[in-house]
Design a protein around this ligand. Structure first.
Ligand SMILES: Cc1cc2nc3c(=O)[nH]c(=O)nc-3n(C[C@H](O)[C@H](O)[C@H](O)COP(=O)(O)OP(=O)(O)OC[C@H]3O[C@@H](n4cnc5c(N)ncnc54)[C@H](O)[C@@H]3O)c2cc1C
Length: 458
């Protein structure tokens, strides 16, 4: 039997590795792609996501919006091709505030977004306007860009379940959610039909000769093997740094732990057709007098009496009959070493549900006794400015597809399409330089980093 070889070995079968395999084999016709993972595909971080997407991304520049628009274009193509097997919708992200002073900021953000290619701004200051709500299902024929709504009657008419003191809404339209697992499995099946081999095992070495990749060492149930290959893609998710070290390349990322809670909205407080809703004001959690006193006495819990950061968000999950709501609140993030299984704040569900009552007061029904709920999550693997890495590494034949942070489900198609262009030696899109590792070597980029601003994380 001849030595085992491949044109490309991809380490990691999360959404990044699966998308890379798909774009290489199916869309670029690269033969002999091997996908290696020590776990079942899509099972480490890629099945923990809130599965939402948006082209609503901040600058500097328009690279992030351009990559994300490309990624969403590709997901829409896949949705058409698969009869929307992954249930992509286009309900939008609805940012809401009770602070009138935030409204000029909403308008400015939407104007800036329009200049970045997110789509046009429509202002709705009176009830007679042409605000068009999103349909519950489907993604075709919908507006792009942003609606900013400040007319109280319009707000109440379309979103009667939001807090009564809501004075402004920013509805970003090329946004929604989908089943990440179904999308990943669809791409994996197409990739396997196009010849991609999935191998169970751990990549524990990358062999080089004369400064270029010649093989990947894999250990697994069947023992150790070396796959001879001229190209190696590091798509190892939270382990991208460790796998980078197999090549003596330092990948500049860190991990943050993030969770989400799924809870039963048994009293149907939130209509099933609602969009993703994000409260952009800081929040004070509602507590009874007794609870206040108790919290005040416990040093580790006293902070829960203070103002908590803006950004609590949530949305309905599942089809028509599902009672599930998802809630997310990034109120506490610290860089940490990824450790599995991941442990979460035991109070996370209660804090998020209480926080969401500020946005959707009807959820107070669940405060005295929390509904049935489930908390899970994983790590956001991030670069310092929260922009992913897709492109070549300093070792010839080595590439990275990582740092996908909290937006890897939505960006993986765009990022993998870009990577496939490098590997298949196709012309690169104009946003390519913004996602290369060697951007950090540019003094101009380092200067930009020092004054970066909004990272786009919710
Ligand atoms: C709570 C939460 C909410 C999120 N919400 C969203 C959202 O709404 N929208 C969105 O777009 N994104 C979201 N994300 C982010 C998204 O889930 C991630 O960006 C994405 O899953 C990362 O995919 P990945 O393939 O890079 O990593 P992973 O899915 O972690 O896959 C990496 C794979 O590499 C394998 N591996 C690592 N080292 C080796 C090795 N040495 N040998 C073999 N295999 C190896 C691992 O076993 C793993 O299977 C969320 C994430 C979290 C945690």
């Amino acid at each position: 039997m001849g030595a085992e070889t491949a044109e490309v070995v991809i380490c990691g079968a999360g959404i990044a590795g699966v998308a890379a395999a798909y774009h290489l084999a199916v869309r670029r016709g690269v033969r002999s792609v091997v996908l290696v993972d020590e776990r079942p595909p899509l099972s480490l971080t890629s099945d923990k996501s809130a599965e939402s997407y948006r082209n609503w991304w901040p600058g500097p520049g328009d690279d992030m919006a351009a990559l994300m628009n490309r990624s969403i274009d590709l997901m829409e193509e896949l949705a058409r091709e698969s009869d929307n097997v992954f249930l992509m919708n286009r309900r939008g992200y609805l940012f809401a505030t009770a602070q009138p002073e935030q409204i000029p900021g909403y308008v400015k953000a939407a104007e800036d977004a329009a200049a970045r290619g997110v789509g046009p701004l429509r202002l709705h200051r009176s009830a007679g306007g042409d605000y068009r709500p999103s349909p519950a299902t489907g993604y075709e024929g919908q507006p792009t860009g942003t609606d900013v709504v400040t007319d109280p009657e319009l707000i109440r008419r379309h979103f009667p379940y939001l807090a009564e003191d809501t004075v402004g809404l920013l509805h970003a339209r090329r946004c929604g959610w989908f089943s990440g697992q179904q999308l990943g499995m669809f791409m994996l099946e197409r990739a396997r039909e196009a010849g991609v081999r999935l191998i169970e095992g751990r990549v524990d070495g990358v062999e080089t000769a004369g400064g270029r990749v010649i093989g990947a060492r894999v250990s697994g149930a069947g023992g150790r093997r070396t796959i001879g290959t001229p190209r190696f893609v590091n798509a190892a998710g939270p382990h991208v740094k460790t796998v980078g070290r197999l090549l003596d390349v330092e990948i500049p990322v860190f991990c943050e732990r993030h969770a989400k809670v799924a809870f039963h909205d048994t009293q149907a407080v939130v209509p099933r057709h609602a969009p993703m809703m994000i409260w952009t004001d800081p929040v004070r959690l509602p507590w009874s007098d007794d609870e206040r006193e108790e919290l005040g006495q416990a040093e580790s819990l006293r902070h829960l009496l203070e103002e908590m950061p803006a950004g609590v968000h949530g949305r309905p999950e599942g089809g028509g009959d599902s009672p599930i709501m998802l809630g997310v609140w990034t109120y506490d993030v610290e860089p940490m070493e990824p450790r599995f299984p991941v442990e979460f704040d035991p109070a996370y569900a209660e804090i998020v549900i209480r926080g969401m009552t500020r946005l959707i007061p009807g959820l107070r029904a669940y405060v005295p006794r929390l509904p049935k709920h489930f908390v899970d999550g994983g790590y956001y693997t991030k670069t310092e400015e929260n922009r992913l890495l897709s492109g070549p590494l300093p070792v010839e034949g080595a590439y990275v597809l990582g740092g996908l942070s909290g937006y890897g489900m939505m960006s993986s198609n765009g990022a993998a399409d870009l990577l496939a262009d490098y590997i298949a030696e196709r012309p690169l899109p104009r946003y390519a330089p913004a996602f290369r590792l060697d951007r950090y070597e540019s003094p101009a980029y380092r200067a930009l980093l020092a004054d970066w601003g909004d990272s786009g994380q919710l």
